[in-house]
Ligand binder design. Sequence first.
Ligand SMILES: Cc1cc2nc3c(=O)[nH]c(=O)nc-3n(C[C@H](O)[C@H](O)[C@H](O)COP(=O)(O)OP(=O)(O)OC[C@H]3O[C@@H](n4cnc5c(N)ncnc54)[C@H](O)[C@@H]3O)c2cc1C
Length: 376
Amino acid sequence: MNFELDSGYLEIQRQARELAASIEPLAAEADASNEIHPAVLTALQTSGLSDLMVTSEHGGRSERLDPLAICIVREVLMATSSHLDSLFALQGIGSYAITVGGSPAQRTLWLPRVAKAKSLAALALTEPDAGSDLKAVTTEIESTGDGLVLRGSKSFISNAGSAAFYVVFAKEDSAFSMVLVPADMKGVSVTPTPELIAPHVLGDVHFDDVILPADARLGQAGQGMDLVLATLGVFRVSVAGAAVGLAQAALEEAVRHTRTREQFGRPLARLGAVAQMLADSWTEVEMARLLTYRAASLAKENPAASLHHSSMAKLAASEMASRVVDRCVQMMGRFGLIRDSKIERLYRQARPMRIYEGASEVLRLGIARQLTEEVQ
Ligand SMILES: Cc1cc2nc3c(=O)[nH]c(=O)nc-3n(C[C@H](O)[C@H](O)[C@H](O)COP(=O)(O)OP(=O)(O)OC[C@H]3O[C@@H](n4cnc5c(N)ncnc54)[C@H](O)[C@@H]3O)c2cc1C
């Protein structure tokens, strides 16, 4: 058993660091924006890293997507900019159903552009009345004699308004299907979502009787839930990677501050309670990183069979990131409260991670179910 990253992963980490460093001066501005930051997108395109999101057959880097490589990149990018992290992650999250269920024509048309980040991807699951309970969606696909009609609305969709296409989860008869909808189709429109505490490129997407060819479906009719699970199998653990990166960045901010600021005649870091917060935080970051890398390695082998490991890593790392960043703000005192300082940004950005791609409470239900089935 080897706990160190091999040279291939270290090279990917190096490339991610180079990309993150190149946009560092723009990070605060990009993270405050709910529109795509053009210079950050150009940097991602130039880095070539989004080719990790597509298989080599369609211009990607490897035969199969590698969740550990994706985790390592998200860990580095999130430490610098949530905007950059999201741009990178969405290229995979929004296109994986095409990789798994797309026809040769759909793959050939879209995936090479996704790999170069020339076309931005989006996955549209959530609706005003369907969040954690995905089966409550009301967006529907109607099969007509010569094609499909899509009607309904999706809300809180990342990349809405900037994506080249939407992979849409919808009801079809008594089951669920997925369709690939180019963003410029007649009947597709986008309205803004309320601004979040941590700004994000988001929008609500409306499909007003969008007429699609029959081959717009991804996979077979009724296969929609399988494609969602396949996407989560590869990408849920990547949220854990991002959470580890965020927590590490917060901890480094707190270390720099508490090492130099003195109170009661010595650096804060030497005061007992502060030292304990530093030690607990470092320990928790390391624990979460180990769990995340292991879950990502398992997801590489068999994403479906290891989804509960991905859920554990996502739960542990996102909850850890919230705890750690909160402690870091505490250790930094009033300096941790300054709006748009790095620590304040991280504090806000940690919060949504416990809600999207499986809220913590929903993840716990699945993990507990798996445990009770496994124990003899
Ligand atoms: C920044 C951001 C980006 C997003 N991007 C996308 C995107 O690209 N595409 C997309 O489709 N969606 C996206 N979403 C939406 C996201 O997927 C949903 O927010 C998420 O699924 C949770 O749904 P909800 O917010 O409606 O919460 P609800 O389902 O209303 O749940 C609220 C809370 O209730 C509790 N809860 C819910 N169900 C259970 C249960 N069974 N047992 C115990 N407790 C429960 C949990 O505490 C949960 O946090 C995004 C959201 C955010 C914040």
